[in-house]
Write a protein that binds this ligand. Structure first.
Ligand SMILES: Cc1cc2nc3c(=O)[nH]c(=O)nc-3n(C[C@H](O)[C@H](O)[C@H](O)COP(=O)(O)OP(=O)(O)OC[C@H]3O[C@@H](n4cnc5c(N)ncnc54)[C@H](O)[C@@H]3O)c2cc1C
Length: 358
């Protein structure tokens, strides 16, 4: 019997498996797809500081997983824009499938066992997991199944808000685009759309919203207005978690982590750094729990101690912005900001970010 079964071989599941396996803990990972990292869903924007915090920055550089780097985000409301320049940090666009594969290989090299193409059908709070026709037992199940929360929702009385998202990588003819910055368009009532230069002539364009039904046409219009001539290379979608965490993370011997637990930034839906830190907390608590030192529920307490203030602030910010007309509110906020806002703070913990702007 393994010590831990991890459900889901996405970023958080693989990272957790690696952290546990390198402590000598016997881990098995069940991933429903046959190939790690596929199908992709993530835009891949992550702060350099965040990756350093997770201890994986040098790996990512060495393996060539950085597609582009950016110092600025430009936020658009209609024709007005403000540039946010990160003085002490840099945003990296990561090749997300490759990132997941890097962690998968690191976990495997440390002894984690993978069951690829094996979909888990049921989680039981006594540590059993049902996959195919078999029942597998472990001391603890880590549920890292992602934002759909299909397995864990059976145990939840409340499901945090998620938004359906759609992205396309496009080839644009205009070479000047390769140097441009990440653009965010506040042009839907509940979130935003974005364009992210990836590498020469390739741009990732996306939207998350419940209101826009035909996201493909919406993005085509945005691409046409911005780049004129373009060609669609690929399309992908997913769910962005913006409603904060689920009610609790521990259900008997099940510990929920990553998007499945709603551990993402409510303002952007970004979950790579938050999910990675959460996996780090869980790995430590699991280690202590297996030694008989602490209750598994300490994971949730530690998590709230670390994220609580930022989480509450970012949830409040999201509610304040999107209750009513976000464009009107941002237009008003723009009146008090210079054209270029120099930001020297933490991209992932935005309580600090906002404090330092104003
Ligand atoms: C459109 C979009 C853009 C995003 N952009 C960014 C960004 O720029 N920066 C950022 O930080 N975050 C971004 N995110 C969020 C980020 O992708 C997630 O926070 C991150 O992927 C969470 O990792 P995870 O491992 O928890 O979940 P996932 O990456 O979703 O992994 C879950 C894994 O579980 C597997 N699985 C699910 N159910 C089962 C089952 N029953 N049995 C076995 N396996 C199962 C899935 O196949 C998948 O591999 C974005 C999300 C979306 C949708």
């Amino acid at each position: 019997m393994p010590d831990i079964i991890v459900v889901g071989g996405g970023f958080v599941g693989n990272f957790l498996a690696y952290l546990l396996a390198r402590k000598g803990i016997h881990v098995q990972v069940f991933e429903e797809h046959r190939e790690i990292g596929h199908p992709p869903h993530c835009a891949g924007v992550v702060s350099k500081r965040g990756l350093k915090r997770l201890g994986i920055y040098s790996n990512i550089l060495r393996e060539g997983a950085v597609l582009s780097t950016h110092k600025c985000i430009r936020i658009w409301i209609g024709r007005e824009a403000k540039i946010f320049y990160l003085k002490e940090d840099t945003l990296l666009v990561i090749d997300r499938p490759l990132l997941d594969k890097i962690l998968f290989e690191k976990a495997q090299n440390r002894g984690a066992e993978y069951f690829l193409g094996e979909k888990v059908k049921e989680l039981r709070s006594d540590g059993h997991v049902k996959a195919g026709t078999k029942l597998y037992k472990s001391k603890i199940v880590a549920d890292a199944e992602g934002a759909s929360k299909r397995l864990i929702s059976r145990l939840l009385s409340y499901r945090p808000e998620v938004l359906p998202a759609f992205q396309m990588d496009i080839h644009v003819e205009d070479y000047r685009m390769r140097r441009s910055i990440i653009d965010v368009y506040v042009n839907v009532p509940d979130f935003f759309s974005w364009t992210i230069p990836l590498k020469e002539n390739i741009v990732r364009i996306g939207i998350a919203s419940r209101y826009v039904k035909n996201k493909y046409e919406f993005l085509k219009r945005l691409a046409k207005a911005k780049y004129d001539k373009f060609r669609v290379l690929n399309m992908f979608g997913g769910l962005v978690n913006v409603g904060g965490p689920i009610e609790k993370f521990v259900f008997g011997k099940i510990a929920v982590v990553g998007d499945a637990a709603g551990q993402t930034k409510p303002t952007t839906g970004g979950g790579i750094v938050w999910g990675g830190i959460s996996a780090g907390i869980l790995a430590k608590i699991i280690e202590l729990n297996l030694n008989g030192d602490v209750d598994l529920r300490l994971y949730e307490k530690v998590w709230r101690d670390i994220f609580g203030a930022n989480l509450s602030f970012m949830l409040m910010l999201r509610k304040a912005l999107y209750f009513g007309d976000p464009q009107l509110k941002l237009r008003f906020a723009f009146l008090f900001l210079p054209d270029i806002v120099y930001v020297s703070s933490d991209y992932d913990f935005q309580l600090d970010f906002i404090r330092r702007i104003f």
